[in-house]
Design a protein around this ligand. Structure first.
Ligand code: SF4
Ligand code: SF4
Length: 247
């Protein structure tokens, strides 16, 4: 019962985050951070990404599992189409996007002669993301970009392939690991496993949960979003979401 409730709370939180997207979209904009850098301005999205990076030292990718607006959209999409994502190599694509993007941000700040100002609502009139026809068009493009490809590639494909926020959290999680900080992670007792396959079936990131647990690699898996869906699906309590150091 507690397990069912935890997943209901999680999906509810993600749905609320999705409903807030018209307000908060620009605070996660990959474009505004670059535009701001070229003017020597720290935009709202730069602040958001910095916060996500620091939080991930301990929370790893829990933001993706519990609070991301586009994660909420993709979870809602699962009620209509719920095919697993079967292209693990495509996980590298987001790094191929992230590295040049970060290079553009750094180059912009250098060309601007450094940072001169911090403007959390940079190019966000009245602090609202969708406050004009242009804002609405950008919103619709983002929603389509995080919805349509999943129909062909599988659930949460965009988290795997293009999300520009995920690399911050993966890097932050690795740094926290190196610093030996306690981290939110899925611990496992593979000896108790009855190989029912429910964890693999329910994982929104389509991870081979049972195999990762058997190999002792689940706690540190960079694509795990700490959603606990596997823990809550497991009939033998093999898997647990815990805060602590992991192997
Ligand atoms: S392995 Fe478990 S906690 Fe990690 S993403 Fe998959 S279901 Fe969520
Ligand atoms: S859900 Fe639990 S018992 Fe079933 S395969 Fe996964 S870890 Fe094993």
């Amino acid at each position: 019962m507690i397990k069912v409730r935890r997943q209901k709370v999680r999906i509810g939180a993600l749905c609320i985050a999705f409903l807030l997207l018209p307000v908060i979209l620009f605070y996660f904009s990959p474009y505004l951070i670059v535009a701001g850098a070229f003017e020597g301005v720290v935009a709202g999205s730069a602040i958001s990404f910095a916060v996500l990076f620091v939080l991930s030292f301990v929370l790893r990718r829990a933001f993706c599992g519990w609070a991301c607006s586009t994660g909420g959209l993709q979870e809602l999409e699962r009620s209509a189409v719920d095919e697993p994502f079967a292209h693990p190599r495509a996980n590298l694509l987001k790094w191929a996007i992230w590295v040049p993007w970060m290079s553009a941000i750094v180059s912009g700040a250098i060309l601007a002669g450094g940072i001169h100002a911090v403007d959390p609502i940079y190019h966000t009139p009245h602090g609202l993301s969708v406050s004009s026809v242009l804002g609405l068009c950008i919103y619709l493009v983002v929603v389509a970009a995080f919805f349509v490809p999943n129909l062909f590639l599988g659930r949460r494909a965009m988290c795997h392939c293009i999300c520009w926020m995920a690399p911050f959290m993966i890097a932050g999680g690795k740094l926290g690991e190196l610093l030996r900080l306690p981290q939110l992670h899925v611990s496992s007792e593979p000896d108790l496993c009855i190989h029912c396959g429910r964890c693999d079936r329910d994982c929104p990131m389509s991870l081979p949960v049972e195999a990762l647990a058997a190999e002792g690699r689940l706690g540190a898996c960079p694509e795990c979003i700490q959603c606990a869906a596997c823990c809550d699906a497991c009939p033998r309590d093999v898997l647990k979401l815990e805060l602590g150091q992991h192997r």
